[in-house]
Design a protein around this ligand. Structure first.
Ligand code: SAH
Ligand code: SF4
Length: 362
């Protein structure tokens, strides 16, 4: 029996030292205790449920050059695609017709007028078709406050913008030093999203080169201080066609990165009991049961990929991204079976807005 661990798990608030201690746990029985506590908290505050978001990766065209990402503008070794307005809308309609009440539109970052207005028209069409009942999340990078406003007015409910790391020095190491990649701008964008009234999600990559356990503890405190409604965190996976690949010898083994990710989910659940935490697809790139493990560590959201088949596998932000050439119905059925093995109820037809956000807006 680890009495120090028990003391920490019984505290009403955690210090940075407590978080660091939890992140360093390695003994299987200690880890079981941590994950069980996270699951109990999730079940009490959010229900023993896992909400589904159909993820549509609408384009891998990006104006940015993040040093870790496989779709950065300078990677010439990939085929770029841009899904048409009609295909995006049709995919969303078919998700709705298959009983899914929540989707995410994700892409590389573009800020041109053509892109902004295409998104507006998609949002309006999907909102109209579903009588504003489908929950639409956007993950389209940093934009002007005005753009975020236009998208919110057109029907978007939630926005995911990872801070990537809350450590400004590390942020500078993993991004080019130019005006498109400023830590302060990313922070400002998150503030704008909150001011506009979005359900705001953020998160970090876990296991980056030069990233310490203390820095990850700060990341969790950052998410808490931001008062985020949702979190999307995943292991960093080195991509051969990116500059950060040079530092691959500084990385821990992928299984250690996965375990660290699971600890991050569990600790965040203990810190922020009623937010939505995604068990991200990158965990599945390490282990075929990665997302299941995430749910067993306190996560309550999964994002099955529902990108139209002809574009599947082209959104290669990291290597070995799992793709499934199954029909939409089959993708959902498979994910439902996986969720059931965790003891949670798979929820497709409910928007699954974060309890944290709903309570704030009362
Ligand atoms: N372009 C938008 C949204 C899509 S990218 C943006 O950057 O906000 C979605 C996420 O993919 C990024 O936030 C980043 O955390 C993650 N990502 C990119 N490259 C990755 C890599 N090599 N390993 C793991 N995650 C990566
Ligand atoms: Fe573009 Fe996002 Fe990748 Fe950066 S992380 S290069 S903004 S897609």
């Amino acid at each position: 029996m680890n009495s120090h661990l028990n003391d920490i798990l019984n505290k009403s608030s955690l210090t940075k030292a407590d978080i660091v201690y939890l992140l360093k746990l390695n003994n299987p029985s200690d880890l079981d205790l941590l994950f069980q506590q996270a699951v109990n908290i999730r079940n009490e505050y959010c229900g023993a449920k896992v909400f589904f978001r159909g993820l549509i990766e609408i384009s891998n065209i990006c104006r940015k050059n993040c040093l870790y990402c496989g779709i950065r503008i300078e990677n010439k070794a990939i085929v770029r695609y841009d899904i048409s307005e009609k295909e995006i809308i049709d995919t969303a309609f078919s998700a709705w017709d298959n009983g899914l009440a929540s989707i995410v539109l994700q892409s590389g970052e573009r800020t041109d007028k053509v892109f902004i207005h295409k998104i507006i028209r998609c949002l309006q069409a999907i909102s109209d078709y579903t009588q504003h009942k489908m929950r639409i999340t956007l993950s389209l990078g940093e934009q002007k406050k005005e753009t975020y406003k236009l998208w919110k007015e057109a029907g978007a409910d939630a926005y995911l913008l990872r801070i990537e790391t809350s450590d400004s020095d590390l942020f500078r190491k993993i991004h080019p030093d130019n005006r498109l990649h400023r830590f302060e701008d990313r922070l400002r964008a998150l503030e704008h999203l909150k001011e506009i009234g979005f359900q705001v999600g953020t998160g970090v990559m876990i296991g980056l080169p030069f990233q310490s356990i203390e820095s990850l503890a700060d990341d969790l405190i950052f998410i808490q201080n931001l008062d985020a409604d949702m979190a999307g965190m995943g292991p960093y996976l080195e991509h051969q066609e990116t500059p950060l690949f040079l530092w691959r010898n500084h990385l821990t083994d992928v299984n250690e990165r996965l375990l660290l990710t699971l600890k991050m989910y569990a600790i965040l659940r203990i810190l922020m009991k009623d937010i939505n935490i995604a068990s991200t697809t990158a965990t599945d790139a390490i282990s075929s049961s990665g997302r299941l493990k995430g749910i067993l560590a306190g996560a309550n959201v999964i994002m099955p990929d529902i990108t139209p088949e002809k574009y599947l596998g082209k959104y290669t932000i990291y290597p070995n991204k799992p793709v499934s050439k199954l029909t939409l119905r089959k993708v959902l059925e498979k994910a439902e079976t996986m969720v059931k093995t965790s003891g949670c109820e798979p929820v497709l037809a409910d928007r699954g807005d974060p309890v944290h956000y709903l309570l704030k807006s009362l």
